[in-house]
Design a protein around this ligand. Structure first.
Ligand SMILES: Cc1cc2nc3c(=O)[nH]c(=O)nc-3n(C[C@H](O)[C@H](O)[C@H](O)COP(=O)(O)OP(=O)(O)OC[C@H]3O[C@@H](n4cnc5c(N)ncnc54)[C@H](O)[C@@H]3O)c2cc1C
Ligand SMILES: NC(=O)c1ccc[n+]([C@@H]2O[C@H](COP(=O)([O-])OP(=O)(O)OC[C@H]3O[C@@H](n4cnc5c(N)ncnc54)[C@H](OP(=O)(O)O)[C@@H]3O)[C@@H](O)[C@H]2O)c1
Length: 220
């Protein structure tokens, strides 16, 4: 577990402690990147959910917190929450769960968990219950498209190198000043990148699929 954006791990931990226009690009090949950034968060990121929806019961954000705060506010809030409810002794940062297997019968037994810390030391521990909350925003789906290598290696002279970047690596809009940018994806990442890049870029075009927002009549 790492100390990041999500609210749910702290909430589960606390709970356990107390009771215990539509366009689709051709189907891409997906590659797993060799090196992931430590975080998908970028400096100008603010929440897209308002403070009241992110407030734990009985633990308000400090007065003056913006309605859609920066991720630094969220981190500070979670740190205060963890201290207030004495959660730190129950959290192991920088430990990766390598294996989990059930040891016992169908009615009695324990989970045998293998952990590795940041010093590469392995440890095995037993637990009665296992909650898996390993997230889904850490491994990006990076498509590759036919012809992209030729396009990438043929930057016109006197131009900055052409590039294709997944939003998990996006950090600053300044990088796109005076450039033509195509943003693929109409989710929050695509929308936020587009709105940040738009004032600086020569041209921004965004493709998105809004299938989840379009209510189709039942078939037939
Ligand atoms: C750029 C960005 C902005 C966002 N903005 C908002 C927002 O404004 N409002 C909002 O409500 N949501 C926002 N979200 C979504 C929110 O962050 C996720 O919905 C939320 O974090 C999901 O929580 P989770 O606990 O399921 O997973 P995660 O937060 O992904 O947590 C999973 C944790 O499990 C750890 N882990 C994974 N595998 C292992 C393993 N084998 N062993 C040990 N630990 C492991 C990971 O390191 C990670 O710390 C944003 C997401 C991103 C990427
Ligand atoms: N606070 C913020 O401002 C902020 C910023 C960034 C991210 N987030 C959060 O982070 C999480 C992930 O967001 P995300 O935007 O990165 O991912 P996402 O929500 O999964 O959106 C990805 C988008 O790409 C589209 N897409 C996928 N394949 C495509 C293709 N081949 N051609 C065209 N479009 C394609 C998807 O369309 P379909 O869904 O139709 O397949 C979808 O609209 C969300 O919880 C989001 O709220 C928040």
């Amino acid at each position: 577990m790492s100390e990041e954006f999500g609210a749910s791990p702290h909430l589960v931990c606390n709970h356990l402690i107390h009771i215990c226009h539509s366009f689709r690009l051709p189907d891409p090949n997906i590659v797993t990147p060799p090196r992931l950034p430590e975080t998908p968060l970028y400096p100008r990121l603010r929440t897209n959910t308002p403070v009241p929806t992110m407030t734990y019961p009985g633990f308000p954000f400090p007065p003056g917190t913006p309605l859609f705060p920066s991720h630094q506010h969220i981190l500070a809030y979670h740190r205060r929450y963890a201290s207030r409810f004495n959660l730190y002794p129950h959290i192991r940062f920088n430990h990766r769960v390598l294996k989990a297997h059930w040891v016992g019968t169908s009615t009695h037994g324990q989970w045998n968990i293998t952990l590795r810390n940041d010093q590469n030391t392995l440890e095995t521990r037993l637990f009665d219950h296992l909650v898996i909350a390993s997230g889904n925003n850490h491994i990006p789906r990076i498509p590759t498209f036919p012809g992209q290598d030729v396009w990438l290696s043929n930057t016109p002279s006197n131009s900055p190198p052409r590039e294709i970047l997944h939003s998990i690596y996006y950090r600053y809009p300044d990088r796109y000043a005076n450039r033509s940018v195509l943003v693929v994806g109409g989710g929050a990442s695509g929308r936020d990148a587009t709105s940040q890049i738009f004032p600086l870029a020569k041209k921004v075009c965004q493709f998105g699929i809004y299938s989840k927002l379009i209510k189709r009549p039942p078939f037939p």
